[in-house]
Every structure is written in C-alpha cells, then in structure tokens.
Design a protein around this ligand. Sequence first.
Ligand code: GLN
Length: 191
Amino acid sequence: MRVGVFALQGDVREHILMLKALGAEALEVRNKADLDQVDGLILPGGESTTISKLLDIFEMRQHLKDFISSGKPVYGTCAGMILLANDVLDAASGQKSLGAIDVSVRRNAFGSQLDSFETELLFDEIPAKVAFIRAPIVERVGPGVEVLSKLQDGTVVAIRKGNILATSFHPEITGDKTVHKYFLSMVSAQA
Ligand code: GLN
C-alpha cells in the first residue's frame, strides 16, 4: 500500500512519518508521475490560498480532480479540508477549491484567542489527541456526508463521504495515530 502526501506546501514531513510508523509506504507527491504511483493521498495543512495558487502554477488541479473522481481515497487536514470542500466561507479573493465534498467550511473559524490549541475528542467514537492550528470548521453538512468528530459544543470538525475524508484538525502534530489508521483502512479497502 503506497500513500502519497501532496508536497507543494504544508506539513508534509509529519504525515510521512505517521504513515511510515503505521507500516505504509509513503511518497511525496509533486507531479502527475508521482500521483500515478499512489493508492491514496493526503492533502496536508498549510495555507489553503497558497496551495490553491500552486495547484494552478504546477498544473496539478485537474490531475487531483481526476484522482478524486477515480475513487482513490483522499484525506485533507485543515488547509487540505478547505481545498476539498464545495463551499469556502471567508475565502481569500480568487481562492478556488476542488469541490470534492458537499460541505461548507469557514476558514480561520476560531478567531485570535483560540488560534491554536490541542484537545482530545472522539474520532469515529475513538478518543484522539489532536491539534487545531488556525483551523476551519464545518458549518454545513450536505446530504450523505458522515460526521466523524464534533467538539463539545457540537461544532463539526471531521467528515467523510465515500473516498473523501477531511478533518479541521491536525492529528499528525500530536503523534496520535487514530485518524491515519482509519485513512489507511480506507486505502486498503480500495486498493
Ligand atoms: N488557516 C489556514 C488556511 O486557511 C489553514 C491552517 C492550517 O492548515 N493549519 O488555509
């Protein structure tokens, strides 16, 4: 099982380490040839506006869309979630998403006081320690989209529909393997 981490920008290294720790082969993906070699792909956190621009500069937007529609599993964390969402609230002007999952996400939704924090939550009913870093939240969940995590106040922060998984938070920062394990089980079910 070979899993790619999209490596134009963001915290690529941490995801690679998590995947390797779980026994998967991990590859940095920068172009179509890399993408062709992987069974699943992680879109890391970083800055969604920058990643969106780089997608066009490196001509990867359509290749990513094709990868997604082929049914191979894709997991977006934080900026990666923003890239996968159908609707982005508080988007930067001209910011385009891939429109891969029917949710509305709001960028930088926690404001300056709670800008970044670590917390424990339930992911698919399993306790997980995760980090939120200038994170988005899910404000609208479309039909058929499964909610996998909520904060205590009910805010939706992890979702899945079919081959698309997305979390507002970063599990790779705390080293908690729960979410990566879940994603690898999606990849092995598909491969
Ligand atoms: N605030 C960033 C954005 O809008 C996301 C931050 C992150 O990925 N940690 O893209």
